[in-house]
Design a protein around this ligand. Structure first.
Ligand SMILES: [Cu+2]
Length: 160
């Protein structure tokens, strides 16, 4: 191995070690792991809309996604969730089938195989957070599966 390269990697390791000590002293308790987490907040409204139609993340990202219902209507009237589908899954077909899943947050147990990540259903004022690993680079569909919402509440989740 090239000696200069070796020296360079050794100094990088030392820098990384000192950095983690520095962070450990931080009263805000920031950790190296947290810094690598991509935090996303998506809002759902009483007007049956998401505030985002596109979400972009880097490949390999650890994602912490918060689904927040920014409205006032109760969950049984205007519930929202965030469901990220695997590639090749037909969004409309999935949504039609999901309508039968009232008792399981409008995603049937048999549909879990088509899902990368999903949140619980939330009503006005509530929020819920999930964590998951970014899937392979590509474009994915996300939607809200509350009956009738998918036509308005859907978007693209892009891993770069
Ligand atoms: Cu919805």
């Amino acid at each position: 191995m090239n000696t200069n390269l070796l020296r360079l990697s050794l100094s990088l390791i030392l820098i990384a070690i000192s950095a983690s000590f520095a962070l450990a002293d931080d009263s805000k308790k920031t950790t190296v792991a947290d810094a690598a987490v991509t935090k996303i907040t998506i809002l759902g409204t009483d007007q049956m809309k998401f505030n985002l139609s596109e979400i972009k993340v880097k490949k390999g990202a650890k994602i912490e996604l918060t689904m927040k219902h920014d409205g006032k209507l109760p969950v049984n009237v205007m519930g929202h969730n965030f469901v990220l589908l695997k590639q090749g899954v037909d969004l409309a077909k999935f949504a039609m089938e999901a309508m039968k899943g009232k008792d399981s947050g409008y995603v049937l147990p048999s549909q879990i195989k088509d899902v990368i990540a999903k949140t619980d259903l939330v009503g006005g004022g509530a929020s819920t957070t999930i964590t998951f690993d970014a899937p392979a680079p590509g474009t994915y569909d996300f939607l809200c599966t509350f009956p009738g919402h998918y036509a308005m509440m859907k978007g693209k989740f892009i891993v770069e």
